[in-house]
Design a protein around this ligand. Structure first.
Ligand code: FAD
Length: 492
């Protein structure tokens, strides 16, 4: 039979579950990537992720041709609505089976349901496989067969279940001879951004090489730093983490390969590797939460938290715009927002600090911040982003308790002590001494003048040499938050 592999968030040819199963069960296998009109329509016209995907597909196409060993091989690329395009292509190719990897986001589930139905009507089937995580859905449950909602027992059960089998690669290359040549009409190169109505971004100037080759480069760069990860990961000015988030998001690297490296190193008493593995387990944890509780995409995991009354109206919009644009007057928060706006990346510590600041200092609904991160993050992933925001707003499973409120100044003093990160992203403060850079409003007139800094009104757009006063007073905001969260007192 003829099979069609539909690639989505798994843009690689090695160690690929759906591709492996297709090659094992079909004599001729085609591969397609669909630029999904429904996903692309609402995006800004300059979107780093679209460019990252496009560049990764160029590599994937070349990798497929190399693997198939014939010039006519390679990737079919289409644009359109999945429920129409995938069945249409399957019919054109004479494919009776379509193979894809699981995607447990609610919209993806609805899309796959519609594609499955349309394929069935045409006499074809959709087969799907786990590929994106190590354990999914019901694979790790409590002793009473329920999904976990607390991380540490989940992690312990995850580690108990783990063995070499779950980390082993799918040997796609052993069956590569089944890869079929593309039909004449499909031998087009991957479309340019402009052909899809998108504009180039600054992606090529960022240290974020796309495709499987890019992932391999980042991984090779990270492995010598793995042992230090546990400590170095906390400091935004230090090259501590792996920067692999976007590659894990789009599957340009296999989670099995990455988790295997982490696990093997952690078995050899590499403490950094054990911490890194734990972060990868958080990723699985949030994926299973979303799969079991799709309502978290729009609601608090803990229902009582939906009764909280957030700031509304013009004042809320004013505060939110200042947060988005990095003019809150808190240098670490503003530097972090400059990082996400300029690069699409934000350091994990700063995701926690900025999320906490939006929710607990400005009193803004966490969903607003979640949506902003969804627009901006290169590694945006609904499960992890929602998990992170609900953690910060205390509404999630195993979240930060609501009365623990990050102090943006002490976070800054602790994690960017010498102000290196702030100086990079808020250069107009660079002249302030280390002890004043975290809270410039505490500097005296003489110190400000010596540093060439003029303090302007809160919320003003900073210019060369000027910086706004704080948007809110943290101590007062803290009190307001404790009373705002009063409605959840006593709830679980
Ligand atoms: P590393 O530190 O090298 O970690 C390796 C990988 O482990 C990451 O790439 C990621 O896949 C996974 N990981 C690490 N930390 C977490 C975590 N806390 N939860 C889930 N997975 C984790 N991560 C995303 O992948 N997408 C998001 O949209 C996202 N949004 C977040 C929003 C908030 C408010 C918070 C607090 C965290 C969010 N995270 C998100 C988690 C984490 O911040 C990023 O995964 C990490 O910063 C990515 O950088 P890295 O690849 O260098 O990570």
């Amino acid at each position: 039979p003829v099979g069609l592999v539909w690639l989505r968030r798994d843009l690689r040819v090695r160690d690929h579950a759906a591709l492996y199963h297709a090659l094992r069960s079909c004599s001729q296998v085609h591969c397609v990537f669909l630029f999904d009109a429904e996903i692309l329509a609402p995006l800004a016209r300059a979107d780093r992720r679209v460019e990252f995907i496009r560049e990764s597909l160029v590599q994937l196409d070349a990798d497929l041709r190399a693997l198939s060993g014939h010039a006519g091989g390679g990737l079919i690329v289409r644009q359109g609505v999945a429920a129409q395009e995938i069945p249409r292509l399957a019919q054109q190719l004479g494919a009776t089976a379509v193979f894809a990897n699981h995607d447990d986001e609610p919209d993806a589930q609805a899309r796959d349901g519609a594609v499955r139905k349309a394929l069935q009507a045409a006499g074809a089937a959709l087969h799907t496989y786990k590929d994106h995580v190590i354990f999914e859905r019901n694979e790790v449950l409590t002793l009473s067969g329920k999904p976990f909602s607390v991380f540490t027992p989940y992690k312990n059960a995850w580690l108990r279940k783990l063995n070499a089998f779950y980390l082993s690669s799918y040997p796609v290359e052993r069956h590569a001879q089944q890869l079929a040549p593309r039909p004449e009409g499909e031998r087009r190169p991957v479309p340019a951004l402009a052909e899809m109505g998108f504009e180039p971004t600054n992606l090529s100037s960022l240290p974020l090489p796309p495709g499987s080759a890019g992932a391999a480069r980042l991984l090779a760069d990270f492995l010598p730093r793995l042992a230090d990860y546990g400590e170095a990961r906390n400091f935004p000015a230090v090259k501590g983490p792996s920067y692999l988030g976007v590659h894990l998001r789009f599957g340009t690297v296999s989670i099995r390969e990455v988790a295997r490296l982490a696990w093997e190193a952690s078995q050899k008493h590499n403490a950094g590797a054990a911490v890194w593995l734990s972060e990868l387990i958080w990723r699985d944890f949030y994926h299973q939460i979303l799969a079991h509780h799709p309502r978290v995409a729009t609601h608090s995991f803990k229902p009582a938290y939906d009764a909280i009354e957030w700031e509304q109206g013009a004042e809320a919009r004013r505060l939110f715009a200042a947060w988005c644009e990095g003019r809150t007057g808190y240098p670490l928060v503003d530097a972090a927002m400059a990082q996400i706006n300029q690069t699409g990346y934000m350091h994990n510590r700063l995701r926690m600090v900025t999320a906490s600041f939006l929710v607990k200092d400005l009193g803004i609904d966490w969903r607003w911040g979640e949506r902003y991160f969804a627009e901006k993050l290169n590694d945006y992933d609904l499960a992890s982003n929602n998990g992170g925001w609900q953690w910060a707003s205390s509404s999630g499973c195993d979240a930060q308790p609501y009365f623990r409120i990050f102090n943006p100044v002490s976070q800054s003093e602790k994690f960017d002590q010498a102000g290196r990160f702030i100086r990079h992203y808020v250069p107009q403060l660079a002249g302030l001494p280390d002890k004043l850079i975290h809270a410039p409003w505490q500097a005296g007139a003489r110190e400000l003048a010596a540093a060439g800094v003029e303090l302007v009104d809160a919320g003003q757009v900073p210019g060369m040499g000027s910086y706004p006063r704080p948007l809110v007073d943290h101590a007062q905001a803290r009190e307001r938050t404790l009373s705002r969260y009063g409605v959840v007192k006593g709830s679980v």
